[in-house]
Structure formats: structure tokens, C-alpha cells
Design a protein around this ligand. Sequence first.
Ligand SMILES: Cc1ncc(COP(=O)(O)O)c(C=O)c1O
Length: 388
Amino acid sequence: MSRLIPSRRSAVAPFMAMDALRDAKALERAGRRIIHMELGEPGAPAPVLVREAAAAALREGRLGYGEALGDQALRERIAAHYGARYGVSAPPERVIVTTGSSGGFVLALIAAFDAGARIAVTAPGYPAYANILSSLGLEAIPLEIGPETRFAPTAEMLAAAHRERKLDGALFMSPANPTGAVIEVEELKKICAFCDEAGIVFISDEIYHGLEYGAPAETALRFTPNAIVVNSFSKYYAMTGWRLGWLVAPEELMRPLERLQQSVSICAPTVSQRAALAAFDATAELEGNRAAYARNRALLIEQLPAMGLTRFAPPDGAFYIYADVSEFTADSMDFCKRLLAEAGVATTPGLDFDRNRGATTIRLSYAGAEAEVAEGVARLAAWLRGPA
Ligand SMILES: Cc1ncc(COP(=O)(O)O)c(C=O)c1O
């Protein structure tokens, strides 16, 4: 009999969106056609130019280890992107290429904080944050956000939490998962200023940049050189499985990040790095994807109220709608399970994103193909109407 006892630090909560995917796949194996609105994954493949660059790299043969900080050409291309999109300077020496932004978080959190550090995150928020923080011996301090601030955290909230008990860090995203909310430029500026003044390390998750439907989101780098910016090729660039992201970090963190990367993953995948160089030239295709998400979003915004789903966070960006389903249920987990079993639509219960208040919300992802999303909407409407 095995005597191995898993560590306390490994006792992280399951990612319910992934559990929902597992259940949906089981139904598909049994022959059902399921509409996937549970995952934050572009329905479109990686851009043609990226796939061609990957094919060329494969044909060339050797794809060995690369430098821990990333291939110089890609670091330079990412640095150039900051000049082109935001008009800010982010020299290649401050860029590290990581194994998805997920790999970047782990490096950034270990490099910036010692065990016991207190990091503000939002509720609702991306569930992996709290899980990674707790497994690294860091404490996630949830700031509850809602319609009062358009589901965005504010400098004032951060200051109040800091007054109550000193914070060491803040980890916010804009546009956000699960809400799509964007932190307005003036507020982001205040958050950066407050963090600088209070000696709080600000980690800005900008992974959904490029997927805005109003004003483009601003980078924290515009307002402070001290923020650690996290980004990824997964979302706008539609390269989830390529496991490639990056950090832009203050100079003094670069050598610690490099040492950690050497030991944690050695380097980000070489084939993905070579392919990603082409991602910045694939704007026409990527903007086509964004236009398709925008149409999906418009369809949901138009159709949800007619189904009785009248309250949802302002979907400024990303590809999610975080909807209040309190008219229909007080148990979002059961609601999503029934929706999947009875209507064949996979969604994610709000409890994944907000343990205290998520029993009356669900997240709908509209990252899929337009026909799929349209069918998902039709099935949801029919299911909520009930038997004729
Ligand atoms: C806010 C946010 N950050 C980070 C990630 C992780 O993405 P990746 O590791 O693919 O870059 C996700 C994925 O859904 C996310 O929603």
C-alpha cells in the first residue's frame, strides 16, 4: 500500500473550467454534440504565418536548448512591439520569454516575493492566481469587485486593503478574466502611482491586450518602470498550445529571473519562439479573429437580455461574458452541469472565479467559431425557456 501523502501546498482547488471540459469531452465520446463555451481558447488556429515559420524551423532540423532569457531575435521583436503599440520603451534586456504567461507568473512571483508575502488579487478573478500563490507559500488577498467600479479594481480599494494590513504585491489584469472588464487609463495610472508610493510590487497581467472592443487597454509600463508586465502569445495571437509568453520586468529582477528560468524550465520551447517571430506580422489574420469575436460578443449582448440574463459585467475586452444567473439558480455548479447534460452547452460556474459570491454567476466564453457560438446562444435560450 502506498504511504505517500501529497503535500499541503499541492492541495490547490481544481480549475472548474477544465473539469467542465472533461465532462463535455466524456459526453462527446458518448456521441453527443457539445457547444464549448467553457474555455478561454481561441476557436481559430495559430496564424498561417506562424505555422509556416514553425514548419520551416522543423525542416531546418536542430531545435536545441535556447538561452534562458529567450532568443535574442524574439526579445527584440517583443521590445519593438512596445514601441509600436504603446509608444513606450521596453528594451530587450528587460524582456524574458517564458513557457506561457503561466510559466512567467511562477518566475515573477518567486523572483519578487518571499514566502508569506501578501498579494492583492480581484474576486472574481483568474482562479490560477490564488492556486499558484498558495502553492508558493504566498497569500492571496481578495479584493471584491462588482458593478460599482465596472468590475475593475481601484487604487482606493488597494489603499484600503493596505491600510488594514500591509500588502507586498498586487496582481491585476486588464482586460480581465472572467469579466472582460478593462481598468480605465486614469485608474491604472493611480494604481501604479499608489504601488510605487507604498512599495507594493505591481504585476500587470496584460494577456488579453489586443482583444478590446472599445478603447485599447494601456500598459502599466507607461506609468511606472517598476511594474512587472505579464503577456502571452496564447490569446490575441491564438497560440495557446505553443506555451509561449513573456515578462517585461525591472532591470534588477532580470538576473534572478534568468537564474530561476535556468533551473525551472531551462528555456521556453525553441520551435515556438522561432514561430512566434512571425506572429507580429500576422496582424491582418489576427484582426480578422478579433472581428469575429466582436460579432460573437454583439450577438450575446443582444440575445442574453431577451433570455432573462440582464445583468453582466461590461465586456470591454477578452472573450468572456460574466453573467448573473441569480434569477435561475443559487447553485451555479448545478446550473452549469444541467445546462451541459440537458442542452449540451458547456460553460463555467462563477464559483471558479469567486468562491464567496460565484454561486449566482456563470462565465460564457465567446472565443469559439461564430456558428458554434450562435448555436450555443440558441440552445441556452431554449433551455432557459423550458419545455414548450
Ligand atoms: C488572466 C489570465 N492570465 C493568464 C492565463 C494563462 O495563459 P497562458 O499560460 O496560456 O499564457 C490565462 C488563461 O486563461 C488568463 O485568463
